[in-house]
Design a protein around this ligand. Structure first.
Ligand SMILES: Cc1cc2nc3c(=O)[nH]c(=O)nc-3n(C[C@H](O)[C@H](O)[C@H](O)COP(=O)(O)O)c2cc1C
Length: 167
């Protein structure tokens, strides 16, 4: 059964945007109608059956626009299937799952969403923005740790759940 799915993301340096795009591609391949939008471009979620929402992690926090989105759309999200992910770990820590920041965990709980899936991130000198990021992009954290197969597998699990549940 084809469902209408929103994949939305909050990014600073673009890595999370590409993860969202990859999730969207897999869900489309499975036959769903999918919109992929940056979170600041989404005005409403009412037209969607399900929402996949991701944020980059900076200093253990989600991007403020992602937190704001969860707050603003809490009532609508509560009545939909919602999957959360965050993009962050790099270098030697790339396989370490990140816990959700407490403010996000509280919102996820109220919405009824499972804890966020952690995907490794990317930090490279070409896309790094800001003094600290540019500096870190020269060290051991530099590089693209995103695991496209893992991302596709997760998207396919979502698709299976949507089809099975018929929601
Ligand atoms: C200053 C700075 C702080 C970061 N803090 C975290 C962090 O607390 N946890 C984490 O998992 N990743 C952290 N990262 C890694 C980023 O989340 C990673 O590069 C991510 O893929 C960036 O996503 P974006 O390109 O969508 O903004 C940090 C990166 C920078 C530059």
């Amino acid at each position: 059964m084809s469902r209408k799915v929103l994949v939305t993301y909050a990014t600073k340096m673009g890595a999370t945007a590409s993860i969202a795009a990859a999730i969207g591609t897999e869900l489309r391949k499975a036959g769903h109608q999918v919109d992929v939008h940056e979170i600041t471009d989404v005005k409403a979620v009412s037209e969607y059956d399900a929402v996949v929402l991701g944020s980059a992690v900076y200093l253990h926090r989600w991007r403020p626009e992602a937190v704001e989105f969860l707050r603003r759309h809490e009532d609508q999200l509560r009545t939909r299937r919602v999957w959360l992910f965050h993009s962050g770990p790099l270098g030697p820590d790339k396989d370490q799952p990140q816990t959700m920041p407490p403010n996000v965990a509280r919102l996820a709980d109220r919405i009824g969403a499972a804890p966020a899936m952690t995907f490794a991130g990317r930090l490279d000198p070409d896309s790094a923005r800001g003094f600290l990021a540019r500096r870190l992009a020269k060290g051991e954290l530099a590089g693209d740790s995103r695991d496209w197969q893992r991302i596709a597998d997760w998207a396919n699990d979502i698709s299976t759940t949507l089809v099975r549940a018929g929601t």
